[in-house]
Design a protein around this ligand. Structure first.
Ligand SMILES: [Zn+2]
Length: 198
């Protein structure tokens, strides 16, 4: 399936988790196909589902939040992350880090012991507060961690002209070019093949 089909048919598709970093996958909840911007977040439950897909546990009872609050906070965090990460990648002075601190300071969390299917134990953290900002705390922390420890040259966007997906290049040779070999990598290969044939 072409990525444009995937993006157009977003009702059956969740945002791609191919950024290899939570902060990259945050940016990838907004994608583009041609001139069209596709926002995978249209409701609180879209954001909640995305958090769960990223194994972020949240304590939430229905009705604890005003409708739309999680969505608007998540989108604001995404916009902020985009500005900060873009500036970091271009080695510019970072503005507005205090805005990121607003999310970080709201993050009330506790250690959480979990066991996977093979019995392997891990310690993660879970949000212990029911505010929208706290629920997004782990995501904000991933953005902060990227700005502190990340290598700006490994923050990349897919090279396909129709694609804006981001990823953190953890390959050994640091030569990753595509969001995914199955979509954009293959599109590129097919185009090269057509060019050679004509
Ligand atoms: Zn791509």
């Amino acid at each position: 399936m072409q990525i444009s089909e995937v993006l157009h048919d977003k009702k059956i598709t969740d945002p791609p988790l191919l950024g290899d970093h939570l902060a990259m996958d945050l940016l990838n909840t907004e994608a583009r196909s041609g001139d069209m911007v596709v926002d995978y977040w249209e409701s609180d439950s879209d954001v909640l589902r995305w958090l769960r897909q990223n194994e972020i546990s949240v304590v939430l009872q229905p009705g604890q939040l005003t409708e739309g609050e999680l969505l608007s906070q998540a989108k604001a965090l995404r916009t902020l992350a985009f500005q900060l990460i873009s500036a970091f990648k271009q080695k510019q002075q970072l503005q507005d880090i205090c805005k990121l601190n607003t999310y970080l300071h709201s993050y009330v969390s506790a250690p959480h012991l979990a066991q996977d299917g093979d019995g392997k134990l891990t310690i993660t953290r879970i949000s212990r507060s029911d505010t929208a900002a706290s629920m997004l705390g782990q995501v904000a922390e991933a953005v902060a961690q990227l700005l502190v420890d990340g290598d700006a040259t490994l923050i990349k966007q897919c090279e396909h002209p129709d694609c804006i997906l981001w990823f953190y290049d953890r390959t050994k040779a640091h030569k990753r070019r595509w969001c995914s070999m199955a979509t954009c990598g293959n599109r590129h290969k097919a185009a090269q093949f057509r060019k050679r044939k004509s």
